[in-house]
Design a protein around this ligand. Structure first.
Ligand code: AHM
Ligand code: MG
Length: 323
């Protein structure tokens, strides 16, 4: 069984990048430990404050954010970090070569009911001329990511990773405190008959999305000619992991509840890393009208409409939007 450190040394020629990924992995073990303790560690419930997006922060959102921010800032290779839970990017080491963006605890509305949550991360090259606290340094399209991944805190703790050359999954062996390689070169089926979307928002979607989902629901008698199954965990890490494991399509499209926002999910530390993983596994990520990895961010907390998963099904959604 290959350990993460050995794997990274063999698969990634940049020692600085290896160090950053290993640090995320090390911190995730502390987060996993706290999640397992739950109430016993006094970490459940609200922190009594809101983040920049106006969302109520859970205690564990704040704790996971501080662990990642402080642990990454301690590395000479890290020039700056940006987080869902931080209004502005945080400058770290001026000589650093990397910027790390993360959602420290995605799906955190699930934490109090003991359902899967995750950490999502994306690593970019730091422009030499800009400070790590300067937002402009981060505003690179997703196709420029050097590495991306997530940690899934579920029945097992898993690290799923790409450095741009395939997708690999590691399981945390809590007996020795090490991530060990579990699946190599993960591939996603191009076809699927399983979809994930929050159906309670149906009446707020654009007509093209309403019409696509209405056709899915017609099953084998409808124009798509297939009987579809549906899942919704309300935890993007769990949904994307399911799709990487058995195929499917995940959608969080624009809706008219907040018409000025292009979507609910965040481009730079949710949609981009998940799309890079999916594309490295043979799937796709789209806004429904353009490739997510081509979207030029205007701000670190930009939101985006998200359609990610099996390539042929993502193309079908795009077809409905092109009509
Ligand atoms: P969060 O980063 O505040 O946890 O929000 C992101 C989560 C995703 O994990 C999930 O897909 C989505 O929000 C669920 O939203 P909803 O509760 O509207 O179904
Ligand atoms: Mg999130």
């Amino acid at each position: 069984m290959q350990r993460l450190r050995n794997f990274l040394q063999q698969h990634c020629s940049d020692a600085g990048l290896v160090e950053v990924i290993e640090q995320v992995a090390t911190i995730s073990k502390d987060i996993a430990h706290l999640i397992q303790l739950g109430d016993l560690a006094g970490i459940l419930g609200s922190a009594g404050q809101e983040n920049v997006q106006g969302e109520n922060q859970k205690k564990l959102d704040v704790i996971a954010n501080d662990l990642l921010k402080d642990g990454l800032a301690a590395l000479p290779a890290v020039k700056g970090v940006a987080s869902e839970e931080e209004t502005l990017p945080v400058g770290c080491n001026p000589e650093g070569r990397f910027l790390v963006l993360f959602d420290p605890l995605d799906g955190s509305s699930n934490i109090d009911i003991n359902v899967t949550v995750g950490t999502i991360f994306s690593i970019l090259a730091a422009p030499a001329e800009l400070d790590g606290g300067d937002e402009r340094a981060y505003l690179q399209p997703g196709k420029q990511q050097l590495a991306a991944g997530y940690v899934l805190y579920g029945p097992s703790t898993l690290l799923v990773l790409t450095t741009g050359n395939g997708v690999f999954s590691f399981t945390l062996d809590s007996r020795v405190g090490e991530y060990v390689l579990q699946r190599e070169n993960i591939r996603v089926d191009t076809k699927t008959a399983e979809f994930a979307i929050n159906m309670s928002n149906q009446r707020f979607w654009k007509p093209a999305m309403q019409s696509y989902v209405a056709d899915l629901l017609q099953g084998e008698e409808g124009p798509l000619g297939k009987r579809y199954n549906m899942r919704w965990v309300a935890s993007m890490v769990a949904e994307i992991h399911r799709i990487l494991t058995r195929g499917g399509i995940f959608m969080y499209p624009w809706d008219s509840r907040e018409p000025k926002k292009p979507g609910k999910l965040r481009l730079m530390y949710e949609a981009n890393p998940m799309t890079l993983l999916m594309e490295q596994a043979g799937g796709r990520g789209s806004t429904a009208t353009e490739a997510i990895l081509n979207v030029q961010p205007q701000g670190i907390h930009d939101r985006v409409s998200v359609v990610i998963g099996s390539a042929e099904e993502v193309a079908t959604v795009e077809r409905y939007h092109a009509l």
